[in-house]
Write a protein that binds this ligand. Structure first.
Ligand code: NAD
Length: 506
């Protein structure tokens, strides 16, 4: 069933949907078109962050399962059943895949919310439409992205083709399980590759369901496989596999660096990395709409419990407007209080697991002990539910050498710093190992242009934040990674250029 808005139903109705989905949760791996147990029979518990209860015991894939999945993907690729399928037929499968996701929206949405703790409203109203849009966008590209014929001498026919690379490993994080997976799967499949997806072990349930829908849509078995398992075990085996041609990774910078090592130690596979961030959100004194800026600052760091790679976690605000802006941000934050993720009115859910909860609370403690001023929040809340909730938290009087200004927290914590000159703000904005995104609020077009060019980041928003479109490339500079998801450019990662020369006889 297709759902257009989570709010079309009440909390009781979503609770019933979760109760319906729970007994049918698929816990096995998906390899070569069927669900299979892990060869070693290992399992691990996945916990509902909303109440701390175990939801299911998931199969834990090991290198043996990775071998099996890569072999299936390679067989499928070599058979040409997908890679050589007529472009418009491949396109039809991806469209049908998107339609099936739409039809299974209820089930996928509750799986995502149960597993990851994000508000059902965000999954239904934002993530699932974006998943379908991504698939449809790359489906449309299939017969529109062309090779080229170049201007060589008249006795030479020279043309450049784009070929699929072969078996693609997609290793993804838990913060947007379905969407991060689709940002990789959609262009990889559109280009004709086979895929082995390793979702994050914290939230694998929705991706396991997704793979079967691809086959139901007419995708050949073996073209899309999912091996759930521990990162260091299944993830490492996949990234080091000699028959994997490309690894497309989204996750932490720390693990991203391991991907480069794995590639070097194995077959020099191509690597694309979407990693962490510590995005600066600059509000200048020329900002003409402090209400809009405050709204963007608050949602820019508290949305998805702050578990967003491009979260605007560093607020750099001009000293002349700082107090007024912070007051407005606090007012917006008051409306983003943690609640039951299955309640469609909830705007902030639970932190993904106990480990991440501990990490976020640890950063809050470090902010306090290093001398930042706790301006709002700072505590775990709703503890009686057994779930992992943290209230929106703002630190004031932060300096850029404090841990909370330098490290990615991946939780609902805003660090506010003030500045007096634009150059100082730009210098602080760039004083980070990351370079994923940045925002700037100003009514002065000169300031906007100067800052947008000076900030080293893959995305710069002016007078908005976290705006996105499938046509816009997403990815970072510096240690936020390289390669881009979304947009036509994403196809570059999943194809190799082949130059063909044909010498013509006179
Ligand atoms: P993570 O790096 O811990 O894990 C990501 C994936 O890598 C998971 O599937 C995990 O199992 C796997 N993995 C972990 N250790 C591994 C190893 N040794 N070898 C191989 N695979 C391994 O990240 P996470 O905690 O799941 O996600 C949070 C991080 O993801 C944050 O840093 C966030 O900024 C980043 N992220 C970035 C983007 C982006 O587009 N730039 C988007 C979403 C999340």
């Amino acid at each position: 069933m297709s759902i257009t808005s989570a709010q079309a139903r009440d909390r009781a109705s979503w609770k019933q949907a979760a109760a319906r989905a729970q007994p049918r949760i698929e816990t096995r791996l998906y390899i070569d078109g069927e669900y299979v147990d892990a060869l070693d029979g290992g399992r691990f518990a996945t916990v509902n962050p909303a109440d701390g209860e175990v939801i299911a015991e998931m199969a834990a894939g090991t290198s043996k399962d990775v071998d099996r999945a890569v072999a299936a993907a390679r067989r499928a690729f070599k058979s040409g059943a997908w890679a050589k399928m007529a472009p418009r037929a491949r396109m039809a499968v991806l469209y049908r895949f998107a339609d099936l996701i739409d039809e299974h929206a209820e089930e996928l949405a509750v799986l995502e919310t149960l597993d990851m703790g994000k508000p059902i409203a965000d999954v239904v109203n934002v993530d699932l439409p974006a998943v379908c849009e991504t698939l449809r966008y790359f489906a449309e590209c299939i017969d529109k992205v062309e090779g080229s014929v170049t201007s060589t001498a008249s006795n030479i026919m020279h043309f450049v083709l784009r070929e699929p690379v072969g078996v693609v490993a997609a290793i993804t994080p838990w913060n947007y399980p379905l969407l991060m997976a689709t940002w990789k799967i959609a262009p990889a499949l559109a280009a004709g590759n086979s895929v082995v997806l390793k979702p994050a072990e914290q939230a694998p349930m929705s991706c396991l369901r997704l793979a079967a829908l691809f086959v139901e849509a007419g995708g050949p078995p073996g073209v899309l496989n999912v091996v759930n398992g521990d990162g260091e075990v299944a993830g490492q085996a996949l990234a080091r596999h000699m028959d994997v041609a490309k690894v497309s990774f989204t996750g932490s910078t720390e693990v991203g660096k391991l991907m480069l090592q794995y590639a070097g130690l194995s077959n020099m596979k191509r690597v694309a990395l979407e990693c962490g961030g510590k995005s600066p959100h600059i509000v200048t004194k020329e900002c003409g709409d402090l209400d809009a800026a405050a709204m963007a600052v608050a949602w820019g760091v508290f949305y998805n419990q702050g578990e967003v790679c491009n979260a605007g976690s560093r607020l750099l605000v001009h000293e002349a407007v700082k107090d007024e802006l912070l007051e407005k941000v606090v007012a917006v934050a008051g409306r983003i209080q943690p609640g039951d993720p299955l309640d469609p009115k909830t705007r902030m859910g639970a932190i993904v697991d106990e480990t991440q909860l501990g990490r976020v609370l640890g950063y809050i403690e470090s902010g306090k002990s290093e001398g930042a001023g706790l301006h709002l929040g700072g505590a775990r809340v709703r503890e009686d539910t057994g779930g992992y909730y943290v209230e929106p938290t703002i630190f004031d009087a932060v300096s850029n050498d404090m841990t909370i200004a330098r490290e990615e927290i991946f939780g609902p914590v805003l660090s506010a710093l003030s500045f007096s000159e634009l150059d100082e703000a730009i210098a602080v904005a760039n004083d980070t190992i990351y370079g994923l995104s940045a925002g700037i609020w100003t009514d002065d077009v000169n300031v906007a242009h100067r800052a947008a060019r000076a900030i080293k980041a893959g995305i710069v928003w002016v007078n908005t934040f976290d705006a996105g479109d499938i046509s816009s490339p997403f990815g970072g500079f510096k240690q936020s990674g390289f390669g881009r998801d979304k947009s036509i450019h994403a196809l570059d990662k999943f194809t190799d250029l082949k130059a063909i020369w044909i010498a013509l006889r006179d």
